[in-house]
Ligand binder design. Sequence first.
Ligand SMILES: [Ca+2]
Length: 158
Amino acid sequence: MGTISYYFKEIKNARLDFLKVCSDMFKGKKEKCVRKTAIITSAAIIFMAALTFVWGGSQSLGGITLLEVTPRIITPNGDNFNDKAFFKFDTSLTGIPFTAAIYDISGAKISGLMLDDTEKSLTWDGKDQSGKAVPSGIYIYQINVGQKTASGTVVVAR
Ligand SMILES: [Ca+2]
């Protein structure tokens, strides 16, 4: 992991995921999807050049495990379809000291993550700390428990 070919594979997967989401959103408006996919691809290339984060898969944080991040591409428009990203753990986070945040690709902190009702997931709704919707693009999550860190990316598509 962390190799260029790994990132290319992940970008290809992201494009496929996005086209699937997009074709549901814009039935019959293919041009719109293709244009948005091109934006994601260029953002992904910038991301590749700038960072060496691992994207996807389960990540151990010592005693607990981040099982998955889903969906990796969110469309936060209030239609209840992929509006939030969920960071799912194998156990309740209650009583576990963790920190969790979303950063933009320049490394600026955008938001924290919220614990959801099950307490086994953290969520992000595509908003910054002041509650303002963030622009489309690639964002980085980082979750720390003790000395362990899980990180990766979430794409916001509007
Ligand atoms: Ca949506």
